[in-house]
Ligand binder design. Structure first.
Ligand SMILES: [Zn+2]
Length: 114
């Protein structure tokens, strides 16, 4: 079985087998990563996986999990974020809308006959 040499920030160089390594390849390549539980200290180590690392790990037998980031995540947002006050104001506005809808439903409509 292929031996994969990796580095733990605490323990230094460690050797792993492909089933011990998790590889996640993201549609945003900067977010691709590989992770493993260090065989020495048991801490999870997670590092960015460059295209070269992805290629090395997959050819070494590590299956790649594919992660498709929804387009909304990549949208740029301007302005302040929504606060609890905004949510409460929205709730109050919905209640007003219910009153308006009830009034509108009570008003007889004019029907035109052909
Ligand atoms: Zn370690």
């Amino acid at each position: 079985m292929t031996t994969i040499k990796a580095s733990c920030p605490t323990c230094g160089d460690v050797e792993l087998t492909p089933p011990q390594v998790r590889l996640v390849v993201c549609t945003v390549s900067a977010w691709s990563f590989y992770a493993f539980h260090c065989p020495e200290c048991a801490e999870e180590v997670r590092k960015h996986a460059t295209d070269d690392v992805v290629r090395l790990l997959t050819t070494g037998g590590v299956p790649a999990e594919h992660w498709a980031v929804p387009a909304e995540v990549l949208e740029e947002h301007a302005g302040a974020s929504i606060s609890w006050d905004d949510v409460l104001d929205f709730t109050l506005a919905l209640e007003d809308t219910d009153v308006l809808a009830a009034i509108a439903g009570a008003v007889p409509t004019t029907r035109h006959l052909a």
